[in-house]
Design a protein around this ligand. Structure first.
Ligand code: ZN
Length: 64
C-alpha cells in the first residue's frame, strides 16, 4: 500500500489537503543561484505577493 503523503505548508505549518494548496516557486535572475520553492496552503498562497500569470502555451484571444 502506498503511504499517503501529507503536505505541510512551509509558511504556517498547517497540513495541506490533497488537491489544495499551492507551490510558490522563486527563480533567481542569476541562474547560478538556481531556484527554490515552498508548499503553501490555500490561505498562505493567497497572502503571498505576486500576480496572476497566464497559462503557458496559448496566446490570449482578443475578445470579439
Ligand atoms: Zn499556510
Amino acid at each position: 500500500m502506498a503511504r499517503k503523503i501529507i503536505l505541510v505548508c512551509d509558511k504556517c505549518g498547517k497540513e495541506v489537503e490533497e488537491a489544495r494548496g499551492a507551490v510558490l516557486r522563486v527563480t533567481y535572475s542569476d541562474a547560478r543561484r538556481g531556484s527554490k520553492q515552498a508548499d503553501l496552503c490555500d490561505s498562505c498562497a493567497g497572502n503571498m505577493p505576486g500576480r496572476a500569470v497566464a497559462r503557458r502555451g496559448r496566446k490570449p484571444k482578443s475578445v470579439a
